[in-house]
Design a binder for this molecule. Structure first.
Ligand code: CO8
Length: 257
């Protein structure tokens, strides 16, 4: 890895990716995004890793795209540059991904947190899309995801920069899964991750894929997709183990097969 993204095996089965560029409040430069994409791809390939946690620092999860770089970038350079592809690589992560958010979570940083499946927010966290103040718009999924998550009107208040959200508001709106005291986002996210490590990996992955499909598809197509996923899981060794363990009143051991 490079200098701005650290990867650790935080717990058995849990890969931890930490944005570590505190002097820039973890602003997402091209290099950071590429390192992040590479880190997640490495965790995706690692059979020992079942769940990933993404964290920033204490002052900021990430304060958005690196604005210094944007001054040098025009439309063509942006579209052919590394950022759009790096975001697609980040979104392609198929294992469970938890975000531990402390401090500023703005712009592209908020979009990064929204790319995770669950967000743990510490008191003091601030979520927002301030792009409109810069003459920009969220470019990494913020508009589409917030409208789907919050509904049109609540999303517009955030997207037009009328509201930054504190941790409690993010929780009430369903953005944050838990609110924890300052400094506790990472330990709590790691504990949640440990719980997910014990669950059946293929089922976790299928459910994530189905939930993402639900964001795109009409209900009938979604139901058909879920049915196929369920049928596919029935034939796995893990489903046999899970059902058998239930009947034998013991804890299951899932191997991802
Ligand atoms: N980019 C570059 N540098 C930044 C950024 C940033 N986004 N945010 C903070 N920094 C730098 C500051 O310039 C400062 O550097 P220096 O010490 O060299 O002057 C250092 O980090 C510390 O920041 P501050 O001194 O400003 O700290 P404060 O506590 O006073 O303020 C804030 C913290 C409120 C977070 C403030 O820094 C701020 O408003 N930052 C910008 C937030 C923002 O507008 N973010 C949105 C950016 S646009 C975006 O994300 C579009 C996403 C599109 C993604 C599409 C890509 C594919």
């Amino acid at each position: 890895m490079g200098e701005a993204v650290r990867v650790e095996r935080a717990r058995p089965g849990v890969g931890l990716v930490v944005l570590d560029r505190p002097e820039r409040l973890n602003a997402l430069s091209d290099e950071v995004l590429l390192e992040l994409a590479a880190a997640l791809e490495a965790l995706a390939e690692d059979p020992e890793v079942r769940v990933a946690v993404l964290a920033g620092g204490t002052r900021a999860f990430a304060a958005g795209a690196d604005l210094r770089r944007f001054l040098e970038t025009d439309t063509a350079a942006y579209l052919t540059g590394p950022r759009p592809r790096a975001w697609r690589r980040i979104w392609a992560f198929e294992k469970p991904l938890l975000a531990a958010v402390e401090g500023y979570c703005l712009g592209g940083g908020f979009e990064l947190a929204l790319s995770a499946d669950l967000i743990v927010a510490a008191e003091g966290a601030r979520f927002g899309q301030p792009e409109v103040n810069l003459g920009l718009m969220p470019g990494a999924g913020g508009v589409q995801r917030l409208v789907r998550l919050l509904g049109y009107h609540r999303a517009m208040a955030v997207l037009w920069g009328e509201r930054t959200l504190d941790a409690q508001s993010a929780y009430r709106l369903g953005i944050a899964h838990r609110v924890v005291p300052r400094g506790r986002a990472l330990p709590v996210a790691l504990r949640l991750a440990e719980r997910l490590v014990d669950k059946a990996p293929l089922a976790l992955g299928r459910i994530k894929a189905a939930a993402r499909f639900a964001l795109e598809a009409p209900l009938s197509a979604g139901l058909a997709h879920d049915g196929q996923g369920f049928a596919a899981l029935l034939a796995t060794a893990d489903a046999r183990e899970g059902i058998q363990a239930f009947l034998e009143r013991r804890s299951p051991t899932f191997e991802g097969r």
